[in-house]
Design a protein around this ligand. Structure first.
Ligand code: NI
Length: 245
């Protein structure tokens, strides 16, 4: 079920039965020579909607923009400052909590979001603990891939998976958006591994084509299909475990 495609009466009826909701979150940032700018939010959204269909739970509109300052050296990338992202997450959670939502499961596509999103969760908890505002909500952030998906990724790509513009996310994107599959020469085949980075100019100097440690020319839509099905299974289990905690 997609929140965006419900009426308010349908949401009210849902809240009579359940209080959980899934929120996909990602980024708008370069993903190397054959990865799409929308990879991180489109992958998170695809898996979230798969879980929503499987379990009949509500999926909120995707938070497409994330904390991507280090990618601004590449055309098309856009970022929220950490402080902005924290406020967006806090306000969305507190808005939905007004209506009775209590469990917020964020399915994430982008590592750069983690610090700000978890800080936003703490902001929500702190406001309630201090008696300022808020409902007794619980929030969790999970990457779209769980243990089964990690095992599948390791079997498919081994060390070539990498840390950014990874084989698995490019494959999942190719499965979800076959009309937008790209090919591009990549040299070296395996991108330089991460030794860390600072701002956007520093990132661009260290990782000239945008990739970190990956060889996404290995990606395929068939791998993407396997990854999608496995990820939905992983996330359905993780969401149900979260509801029970
Ligand atoms: Ni990504």
């Amino acid at each position: 079920m997609q929140l965006a495609l419900c009426t308010w009466q349908e949401v009210e009826e849902y809240l009579g039965r359940r209080t959980g909701i899934i929120i996909p979150i990602g980024s708008v940032e370069q993903h190397g020579p054959n990865g799409l700018i929308g990879t991180d939010h489109l992958t998170a959204e695809a898996v979230a909607q798969g879980v929503g269909e499987r379990l009949g739970c509500l999926v909120a509109p995707t938070l497409a923009y994330g904390m991507s300052q280090h990618h601004l050296g590449f055309a098309g990338s856009a970022t929220l400052k950490p402080s902005t992202l924290m406020l967006v997450v806090r306000d969305v959670v507190q808005s939905l909590a007004v209506h009775g939502f209590r469990r917020f499961f964020f399915i994430n596509g982008h590592g750069g979001n983690i610090a700000s999103v978890t800080a936003a969760f703490d902001e929500v908890y702190a406001m309630r603990s201090l008696g300022e505002a808020g409902q007794p909500v619980r929030c969790r952030l999970s990457f779209w891939f769980g243990p089964r998906t990690r095992a599948l990724t390791a079997a498919l790509y081994g060390e070539s998976e990498g840390g950014h513009a990874t084989c698995s996310e490019v494959s999942l994107m190719q499965y979800c958006r076959p009309q937008a599959i790209k090919t591009a020469p990549m040299s070296p085949h395996l991108a330089p591994a991460s030794g860390g980075f600072f701002d956007a100019a520093d990132y661009r100097a260290r990782f000239p084509d945008g990739r970190i440690g990956s060889a996404p020319s290995l990606a395929s839509p068939e791998h993407g299909r396997q990854l999608y099905e496995t990820a939905v299974e992983d996330m359905a289990e993780a969401y149900q475990a979260f509801l029970a905690c």
